[in-house]
Design a protein around this ligand. Structure first.
Ligand code: AMP
Length: 215
């Protein structure tokens, strides 16, 4: 059986970048609910249209919608063996729903990793973040080369929820609805919660994360 890991942290902590690297290292699929919702929105599905309204405002998509997506990927396909979850769970009912989905198959999480980054650094990272049109490479405005993606050269755009006003909203939603999820895991003590310093370079943070997972 593979690893079953949740990577938590506030918006801008580096969950996307780090969970992609971690999943690659473990040979496990990486599931980002944010990415799945954005791709539903870009393909214009009904789910995507419903989600768009919440995402653009920096609010959370309703629990039952997100739980439906996660249930599907964890009960069918490669997610049955192990996974790295990114951006989920974000509310206590989502954490309860995840525990129930896993419990149905006699599975449980191995660990919750929590990336910690000071708030002023989060605001700076989010408002400077740019994503390339072609391949969704994530970069920063000062990494841009001739205004394009430093990796593939395609045009860089700002996510519509990375504007200063929506960033403030997302951070306050995190404090109110997602921080209690960490407390919920810590109180239940069935799954270890490990805090990881999320500042420094991408490589430094990856090394810290991997040292927690072990060989
Ligand atoms: P992210 O890419 O993880 O920052 O997610 C972008 C947006 O997608 C969030 O601000 C929410 O509107 C929505 N979203 C992603 N994951 C969840 C989730 N687990 N629960 C509710 N909404 C979510």
């Amino acid at each position: 059986m593979g690893h079953r890991i949740v990577l938590m942290g506030p918006p801008g902590a580096g969950k996307g970048t780090q969970s992609e690297r971690l999943a690659e290292h473990l040979g496990a699929p990486h599931y980002s609910t944010g990415d799945m919702l954005r791709s539903a929105r870009d393909s214009g599905t009904e789910l995507g249209r419903e989600a768009d309204h919440y995402m653009s405002a920096g609010e959370l998509v309703p629990d039952e919608v997100v739980l439906g997506i996660v249930r599907e990927v964890l009960t069918e396909g490669p997610g049955q063996e192990g996974f790295v979850l990114d951006g989920f769970p974000r509310t206590v009912p989502q954490a309860e729903g995840l525990a129930a989905i896993l419990d149905d198959d006699d599975r449980a999480l191995d660990r919750v990793l929590n990336l910690r980054v000071p708030e002023e650094e989060l605001v700076r990272r989010l408002t400077e973040r740019r994503v390339c049109r072609e391949n969704d490479h994530v970069t920063s405005v000062d990494e841009a080369e001739d205004g394009g993606c430093p990796i593939c050269g395609s045009r860089l755009v700002q996510r519509d929820d990375d504007t200063p006003e929506t960033v403030r909203r997302r951070l306050s939603v995190y404090d109110r609805r997602t921080r209690p999820v960490l407390e919920w895991y810590r109180r239940r003590s069935e799954v270890p919660v490990q805090d990881i310093e999320g500042t420094g370079t991408v490589d430094e943070v990856s090394a810290r994360l991997l040292s927690r997972i072990g060989p």
